[in-house]
Write a protein that binds this ligand. Structure first.
Ligand SMILES: Nc1nc2c(c(=O)[nH]1)N[C@H]1C(S)=C(S)[C@@H](COP(=O)(O)OP(=O)(O)OC[C@H]3O[C@@H](n4cnc5c(N)ncnc54)[C@H](O)[C@@H]3O)O[C@H]1N2
Ligand code: MOO
Length: 402
């Protein structure tokens, strides 16, 4: 079977995949969730012309030839408007956030005044409209300020609160069941037997899922038997996971049983093997409504595949409008040879140079190496058959999160 181009593989993963259903959550639970409907301001902010400073509300014409004595006829604090009207030669004491009284058009800061009983002397002219925040300068009732599909930030919930929404309609969080496979794997902290290593993939994959707004079902590590893998696949199904993410057992070895176990459960395979390095033996299919992404066991391959395919899938299920992480320009930190037929995602570090970001691929790109992966800041993209490229030439990178 020919290797599938990365773009086609991604298109297949995302094909016929709709955003999950919605739920209402209180504002405090909304950051990190994806907005499921356009959010309209229920009020205007500020709702009236208000003072930006502590001082005196005046008529600018009255103080054009300062120093000018004015009569103080009232007081305005935030939340306590003054019902009177400022006439010629009059002023009102006003505090930050107070509604500008009728008749006044300007606020003089108190540092430019001298108060004496019910008189205030404005010592310096202040231009008309100064220190006034006009009604609606932030937003107006009816305006759509947060669009459907937006990943809500802490600042967004501040805005939503100001718009007077106590709860927001968001998409359900995707549930991702994470399964490791391999007889050689023990859990961190255990005592490895001969030939054993420590299970590590799942920790990064679960963290990636959570950082992208998904919930994780940890299916642990299956032994290399059809039975054990099958039991855990059924557990993912019974739990109604949206995605089953397996790592390991994806290749052609005698102990690579994941696809066989999935087939026994009725897998509808959409592809296996991608023109990608690292990550060639990746597969995708469906078990009923559940997506299945089978990523290779080599730790770097598992992470790169999850980054390239699981993240967009998770974002699509989450209802995000920005589904595919966008690449950014950088300059190559060292010479690279011509590429073969597989797209290459090189682990690279980033540094700021005089002409922009410099991406330098780590020396050893073996897909089993976790130390350089942890040192890397990004993936440097090499398209299939890319010609040799010299240090300083342009390249594209995908930055890691965190
Ligand atoms: N004859 C061939 N051999 C291999 C091919 C091939 O095309 N023909 N492809 C190679 C490529 S490329 C990759 S990538 C690997 C992927 O193989 P598997 O998905 O079957 O991975 P495993 O054999 O299960 O494991 C590979 C490697 O990674 C370690 N591993 C596995 N799971 C974990 C985990 N959860 N945490 C940490 N480390 C893990 C495992 O011990 C192996 O060392 O196949 C090549 N072979
Ligand atoms: O495709 Mo594998 O992931 O290169 O080691």
């Amino acid at each position: 079977m020919a290797l599938m181009p990365v773009a086609e593989a991604l298109a297949r993963v995302l094909a016929d995949t709709a955003a999950l259903g919605t739920e209402d959550v209180p504002l405090s639970d909304a950051p990190g969730r994806v907005l499921a409907e356009d959010l309209t301001a229920l009020r205007t902010q500020p709702p009236a012309n208000v003072s930006a400073m502590d001082g005196y509300a005046v008529r600018a014409d009255d103080i054009a030839n300062a120093p000018t004595p004015l009569k103080v006829i009232g007081e305005v604090a935030a939340g306590h408007p003054f019902s009177g009207r400022i006439g010629q030669g009059e002023a009102a004491r006003i505090f930050t956030g107070g509604v500008l009284p009728d008749g006044a058009d300007t606020v003089v800061i108190q540092e430019l005044t001298r108060r004496d009983g019910d008189k205030v002397t404005v010592e310096k002219a202040t231009s008309k409209g100064r220190n006034v925040r006009y009604a609606g300068i932030d937003f107006k009732q009816g305006a759509v300020l947060l669009a459907k599909g937006r990943l809500l930030t802490d600042r967004d919930v501040m805005l939503a609160a100001a718009m007077n929404h106590p709860r927001l309609r968001v998409h359900r969080r995707p549930v991702i069941a994470v399964l490791g496979t391999g007889d050689e794997l023990i859990l961190p902290g255990g005592e490895p037997g001969p030939g054993q290593i420590v299970y590590s993939n799942g920790f990064a994959l679960s963290a990636l899922v959570r950082s992208a707004g998904g919930d994780v079902i940890d299916l642990g590590v299956a032994r290399d038997t059809l039975d054990d893998i099958g039991v855990r696949i059924r557990r993912a199904r019974d739990a109604k996971a949206d995605v089953l993410l397996t790592s390991g057992g994806a290749s052609v070895g005698d102990h690579d049983l994941v696809q066989k176990a999935l087939a026994a459960e009725g897998l509808d395979l959409s592809f296996w093997r991608v023109a990608l390095r690292p990550g060639r033996p990746m597969m995708h299919g469906r078990l009923g409504p559940m997506h299945v992404l089978g990523v290779p066991g080599n730790p770097v391959s598992s992470y790169v595949c999850a980054f390239l395919f699981l993240l967009p899938l998770l974002r699509t299920l989450s209802g995000r409008s920005d589904v595919v992480p966008q690449s950014e320009p950088a300059l190559l930190g060292r010479d690279l040879p011509a590429n073969d037929e597989r797209a290459d995602y090189l682990r690279a570090t980033l540094a700021m140079g005089p002409d922009g970001l410099i991406a330098t691929p780590v020396a050893n790109q073996d897909s089993s190496l976790m130390a350089p992966l942890s040192q890397a800041d990004c993936l440097l993209i090499r398209e299939p058959h890319a010609p040799a490229a010299g240090a300083g030439s342009r390249c594209r990178i995908l930055k890691f999160g965190f």
